[in-house]
Ligand binder design. Structure first.
Ligand SMILES: Nc1ncnc2c1ncn2[C@@H]1O[C@H](COP(=O)(O)OP(=O)(O)OP(=O)(O)O)[C@@H](O)[C@H]1O
Ligand SMILES: [Mg+2]
Length: 244
């Protein structure tokens, strides 16, 4: 079984400014990896590189055995394996939930019409919104829209899911329902890498946590160990306010 994700010596700069300074990370299938760190430490940039959204100067990234490169064919293969959900969910407002969900599978995978309803029901059930297939985005709460965005991503049957602070635009009560959805996906065995500011969630749901600092993986390990026994002063001061 290939690793779900293997990053070796990944380096990326914006102009003259190095942002990722040599990242090494391996994620096995079924791993749930939380990525934490201060603003500007490179968390989003790393996810964007994994998903082929960002050019990088050196190093290599492999997702379930596919090398990430700039070629169109490689990117197309990659997009079938990796799903990504962002802070802003960007559902198409003029399409209902079912249409939002089936758009990519129809275009990219030629999903037959006869299989659409089943797929919609399946992915919406996994995010607890089976009854919302006919709703339009503006008829849903922010938390529900974000769960539809997750369902839309699941519809491509990705082997790895990337989440970038998917709850930071939501009120606390809506945050809870989205985190619960993600926790259920994790329990069902989905491999995921999630950037989050929700330390309690990282600790509870992720089996591994990665602390990024200044463009490097500063510290990583089993979540419980990392949070209870941070080795570096940087991680200690980062998690201190959350350890009550
Ligand atoms: N398109 C861009 N052009 C130039 N610099 C960028 C660009 N995107 C990000 N950066 C810079 O790269 C660094 C890392 O940004 P990144 O968005 O990866 O941080 P982050 O860890 O995700 O932060 P946050 O927690 O605020 O989301 C920052 O210094 C940022 O200013
Ligand atoms: Mg970010």
């Amino acid at each position: 079984m290939p690793a779900a994700l293997r990053i070796e010596n990944l380096k990326k700069s914006y102009g003259a400014v190095p942002v990722l300074k040599g990242i090494d990370l391996s994620v096995e299938q079924g791993d749930v990896v939380a990525v934490i760190g201060r603003s500007g430490s490179g968390k989003s940039t790393m996810l964007r590189c994994i998903n082929g959204l960002e050019h990088f100067e050196s190093g290599s990234i492999e997702v379930v055995g596919h090398k990430v490169s700039a070629s169109t064919a490689a990117l197309r293969a990659l997009r079938k394996e990796v799903g990504m959900v962002f802070q802003s969910y960007n559902l198409f407002p003029h399409l209902n939930v079912a249409e939002n969900i089936t758009l990519a599978p129809r275009v990219v995978k030629n999903l037959p019409r006869t299989e659409m309803a089943g797929l919609v029901h399946d992915v919406l059930s996994r995010v607890g919104l089976a009854e919302k297939a006919g709703a339009y985005p503006d008829e849903l709460s922010g938390g529900q829209q974000q769960r539809v965005a997750i369902a839309r991503s699941l519809a491509m049957k990705p082997k790895v899911m990337l989440f970038d602070e998917v709850t930071s635009a939501l009120d606390p009560e809506l945050t809870g329902e989205v985190l619960k959805t993600i926790a259920e996906l994790a329990k069902a065995g989905m491999t995921m890498v999630l950037v989050t500011h929700e330390m309690g969630f990282a600790r509870k749901v992720a089996n591994r946590t990665v602390f990024m600092n200044e463009g490097r993986i500063w510290e990583e390990g089993p979540s419980e160990e990392l949070f209870t026994n941070p080795r570096t002063p940087e991680l200690r001061s980062f998690v201190a306010p959350n350890l009550k």
